[in-house]
Design a protein around this ligand. Structure first.
Ligand SMILES: [Ca+2]
Ligand SMILES: [Ca+2]
Length: 91
């Protein structure tokens, strides 16, 4: 009777998935610009994600911009670094 013993596991997986959706919906609104760059949705913009949206186009090297925004040099732009970059740009 393998199928019946696996049912509770499937049910708890379903509950877990639903809980996960609820938690992410309760989080504060993420900057839509940030969300557009974070294509895998892990809450960080990696260099490949940034590069995919910012192809090299002559004068501006996107890698330099990325490194400039990545203040703590961990290879990812987190929401704080992204917000700080936007504030600097506004001026
Ligand atoms: Ca990401
Ligand atoms: Ca960083």
């Amino acid at each position: 009777m393998k199928n019946t013993t696996q049912l509770p596991i499937l049910a708890s997986l379903l509950v877990f998935t639903m809980l996960g959706t609820e938690i992410s919906a309760a989080q504060p609104a993420i900057d839509p610009d940030f969300a557009a760059l974070d294509t895998n949705g892990d809450g960080l913009i990696s260099w490949p994600e940034y590069a995919a949206k910012h192809p090299v186009s002559g004068r501006l090297n996107p890698r330099l911009i990325f490194d400039n925004v990545d203040r703590n040099r961990d290879g990812y732009i987190d929401p704080d670094e992204f917000t700080a970059m936007k504030k600097r740009r506004r001026r």
